[in-house]
Design a protein around this ligand. Sequence first.
Ligand SMILES: Cc1cc2nc3c(=O)[nH]c(=O)nc-3n(C[C@H](O)[C@H](O)[C@H](O)COP(=O)(O)OP(=O)(O)OC[C@H]3O[C@@H](n4cnc5c(N)ncnc54)[C@H](O)[C@@H]3O)c2cc1C
Length: 468
Amino acid sequence: MKLTIAALTTFVSAASAFTPSSSFLGKTSVAQNAVSSGSNMEMRYKVAVIGGGPSGACAAEIFAQERSIDTVMFERKMDNAKPCGGAIPLCMVGEFDIPETVVDRKVRRMNLVSPTGAEVSIGDTLQADEYIGMCRREIMDKYLRDRAIEYGAECVNGLVTRIDVPADHKTSDSRYTLHYQQFETGKSSGTPKSMEVDLIVGADGANSRVAKAMDAGEYNFAIAFQERIKIPDDKMALYEEMAEMYVGDDVSPDFYGWVFPKYDHVGVGTGTVVNRPAIKQYQKAIRDRAGDKIAGGKIIKVEAHPIPEHYRPRRVQGRMALVGDAAGYVTKCSGEGIYFAAKSGRMAAQEIIKLMDGGKRLPTQEEMEKTYLKKYDKAYGPTYAVLDILQKVFYSNNGAREAFVELCDSKYVQQVTFDSYLYKRVQGNNPLDDIKLLGETIGCLIKGYSNAKPDAVFSNPIESQKRL
Ligand SMILES: Cc1cc2nc3c(=O)[nH]c(=O)nc-3n(C[C@H](O)[C@H](O)[C@H](O)COP(=O)(O)OP(=O)(O)OC[C@H]3O[C@@H](n4cnc5c(N)ncnc54)[C@H](O)[C@@H]3O)c2cc1C
């Protein structure tokens, strides 16, 4: 989600086929991986991608195109509708060949609403062909998954329940054993099964079992809540090309509330890390704030899910690598994770394939850290850092939130923000404008602090203790 702050970056910089050698492959894996191919006995390594969301599907798609590797993707629910605002940047449409049919709405205006109700509508700087894509996850995830299957990934409709990790998995090529419940059409319960694999990509989201199995460590998380609301057609017309973002301690003490248009309804939601027990109170507040705009609407779906706040302490262990939410790749401030999930899945798969050298060998932990993790952190580490600072500066109290909305009235802020959100790059920065912006920021903060109503005090010592 979104843009806004996505790159007040400027402000921040101003303000502050095979024959594995026996040394690489364990004995059991050779025997168990042998598959008959015509008259030749061909040995192939097996990669398991756990999770068929954007990170898993985009990883599986790359692995599947490498003919020397067998790729199996596990997805527990083939029609999963991941709780999500579904906003994607324009660059994802191009980079991941997302067809128009997957994008429900092209948002060209974002309405920002401050705690006192001041509104700023941004979007004037967008070109005619620029937009934020709004998707339903059940449609997008299925599209990406089907494409991976078309490329040759085997898809198991199954819930991975346990992973046996051999004690020597960091020093040998011993295989992992996946235990899973396989689901079949027409059957109410799953069938317990197991499978041995050589490498695991954990793309199983915020409650990742792969992360647990590899002892990846914990992360702080926000709880995000969303109601999908079918509103009358005349009200829906307002959201034809427009999304809304509300800030204030009533809708969230540390995040924002949103109204995002979907195909024939709106997603209305909010999130918080610091006061998770009060999420329903914040959800009521965002509904109240949207008020007349969604009045008469019918709630058709209620959904909630954790959003990771930062990376897990360990993202690669032995031959197990985490991607997407399982790794913790969601930006603070904007709560954006779809693009980073798809990108990390693709990047991890590409680096692992290179290391596997045509299916001749398995990569080591160190190699995956030096390639996949290093490249990912180099590309996106600064983005996470900047958005972390922006969240701390602008979402921590009502005064700063007022200032934030006022600042977004600046065309320069809008330009930089959209550029960095839509294309994941900061472009066209102008040092003189940056200095001017710093002055404006200070002015807005002073004004915001003097006019704002104080934030409500809350106490949840038990929850706070759980924070890392
Ligand atoms: C309310 C809310 C709103 C959000 N809004 C936005 C937004 O507007 N834009 C944005 O960019 N990001 C948004 N995000 C974040 C975004 O949803 C995530 O970052 C993104 O979905 C991560 O993709 P992923 O593939 O890593 O994980 P997921 O999308 O969580 O996919 C994981 C997949 O793995 C499957 N799975 C899980 N466990 C198992 C298992 N044991 N066995 C087999 N399969 C398994 C699941 O069924 C699922 O399909 C939002 C998040 C929330 C909660």
